[in-house]
Design a protein around this ligand. Structure first.
Ligand SMILES: C[S@@+](CC[C@H](N)C(=O)[O-])C[C@H]1O[C@@H](n2cnc3c(N)ncnc32)[C@H](O)[C@@H]1O
Length: 182
């Protein structure tokens, strides 16, 4: 009996450590996993003029919060791409539990290999660091469609001028969401 208890405890400790390690590694190698506030996401999607039936892509979707808001509040369909195994499973789980599996698809992997989802997207929502946006800028704007509206929360593309912006609140601070086009 004691041995079973020890195995279960050992397994739990192992899973928690694995979870923390994947979070640490993906944060070190990519953009850190910080989830935006609901209000900031909603204001960003409003800025993008997201409408019922349109599609939204979140590159680095974290826990799929933006896609769930897009589906529940805007009636949109969503695709999220996520490289952190922990966030990927969490996003899938949240989408399932919140009954949005029909409207939201979560893809595991590096978003720089996900251009096929960008061409037909009506809206792309981004919450990535300035350094990440600088790295992907050229590839990203050549991958999106001519009509895709791109909204970036808090962070900016270095060489691209936003066509509109709005002030919002994120992580208890005033911040800006910016709208871009190809
Ligand atoms: C700042 S969080 C944003 C989460 C979510 N989009 C939001 O607004 O709350 C950035 C996310 O991007 C993911 N990420 C970073 N680089 C990535 C890449 N190359 N491919 C896929 N996901 C990536 C990270 O794992 C992290 O979950």
């Amino acid at each position: 009996m004691e041995i079973v208890f020890l195995i279960v405890i050992g397994l739990i400790v192992f899973l928690v450590l694995l979870w923390q390690l994947t979070l640490l590694l993906t944060s070190m190698l990519t953009s850190p996993t910080v989830y935006a506030n609901d209000k900031a996401i909603e204001d960003s999607l409003k800025l993008a003029g997201l409408k019922r039936g349109e599609s939204v892509v979140d590159l680095g979707c974290g826990n799929a919060k933006s896609l769930i808001i897009a589906a529940k509040k805007f009636g949109a369909k969503g695709i999220g791409v996520e490289i952190s195994p922990y966030c990927y499973f969490l996003a899938r789980w949240r989408v399932f539990v919140l009954g949005e599996s029909k409207n939201i698809k979560i893809i595991y992997g590096d978003f720089t290999r996900a251009e096929k989802y960008l061409k037909s997207a009506d809206v792309v929502y981004l919450y990535l660091l300035n350094a990440t946006l600088a790295k992907i800028e050229k590839w990203f704007f050549s991958s999106i469609g001519p009509k895709t509206r791109v909204v970036s929360l808090a962070f900016v593309f270095p060489n691209k001028k936003p066509i509109k912006s709005t002030e919002t609140f994120n992580l208890r601070k005033k911040t800006i969401a910016r709208l871009y086009r190809k």
